[in-house]
Design a protein around this ligand. Structure first.
Ligand SMILES: Cc1cc2nc3c(=O)[nH]c(=O)nc-3n(C[C@H](O)[C@H](O)[C@H](O)COP(=O)(O)O)c2cc1C
Length: 180
């Protein structure tokens, strides 16, 4: 896992090679194995591989969702907010897990933030995605993870680039340079 974590970077450019059914199944299995608070599993996942729909989702925001157009699969991470008050946390965990499984399969991925973002002046990005996918009103949309075969190489961060000042030892005032 640490080797995968060292390699992990957001990938926003993809080839047009589709995912195999096996890859899609492994990604789907990951989502359903995500831990959730009190095991409520408030999430719902819409897996989108329809190119026309991907092109629509790419316009969910004015900036930062364009890469979904070229992805092979977008995982729309939703949750029923009436089921859990910590649905955002539950969705975030499912999102990062599916990104790490994608990486383990040699795929690239990137997160597109939807919650708390605007589509345009009148419509939130969440409302836009809800309309596109026909989501019931209680289903909130946290994020969309775009996944595909990488068409860009991004260098891993060197250990020297890590922000060691963010590590503290027992008390905030005491820094801890653990990584050599
Ligand atoms: C909560 C969250 C929201 C993000 N939203 C977007 C987004 O809307 N569009 C995008 O292109 N990248 C998005 N990203 C990816 C970040 O920009 C990226 O993780 C960050 O710049 C660090 O780069 P790296 O992932 O390559 O290490 C998001 C990441 C997180 C964790």
């Amino acid at each position: 896992m640490i080797e995968l974590i060292r390699k992990r970077r957001s990938i926003r450019s993809f080839t047009n090679q589709p995912l195999t059914e096996e890859q899609k199944a492994l990604l789907a299995e990951t989502l359903l194995r995500a831990p959730s608070s009190r095991n409520i599993n408030p999430w719902e996942f819409v897996l989108v591989d329809d190119q026309a729909l991907l092109a629509q989702l790419a316009t969910a925001k004015q900036h930062g969702s364009e890469f979904l157009r070229g992805s092979a699969l977008a995982v729309v991470i939703c949750a029923d907010e009436t089921k859990s008050d910590v649905w955002v946390e539950d969705c975030s965990i499912a999102a990062i897990l599916v990104q790490m499984t994608a990486l383990s399969l040699g795929l690239g991925s990137c997160w597109a933030q939807i919650r708390k973002r605007q589509h345009d002046q009148q419509t939130t990005a969440e409302q836009f995605v809800q309309q596109q996918l026909g989501l019931p009103p209680q289903l909130r949309v946290a994020a969309i993870i775009g996944i595909g075969h990488p068409a860009e190489q991004r260098s891993p961060l060197a250990a020297a680039q890590l922000q060691q000042a963010k590590l503290h030892h027992n008390r905030y005032a005491i820094s801890w340079n653990l990584i050599s």
